[in-house]
Design a protein around this ligand. Sequence first.
Ligand SMILES: [Zn+2]
Length: 113
Amino acid sequence: MTKGKKALQGEICAGEWLDINADPVHVKREREKARQLRSTDWWRAQLDKGVCHYCGGKFSREELTLDHIIPVSRGGRSVRSNCVPCCKQCNNDKKFYTPAERILANLFPEGNS
Ligand SMILES: [Zn+2]
């Protein structure tokens, strides 16, 4: 079990869904792909589960939005492994942070910059 999970993380780190060189063309293309993803059975199944990826709260499908774990504006891609259901509150809190930056922001909530 653990072994399989490690392998998956390795794949993700290898840049399968993370393109550092975000540019306007990338953003436009990935936003379009996200739109298509929202009309798939896969995404409907995510909404049916009704669970926010970040806070774990239960929400109706109207309250959930498609969120990119790595934001498109930061080079994230519209693939299933990077798209999760997210409640509006978490979506607002998250803004344009990457997961690593979110951890840092939680460690230093005062924002000592
Ligand atoms: Zn949430």
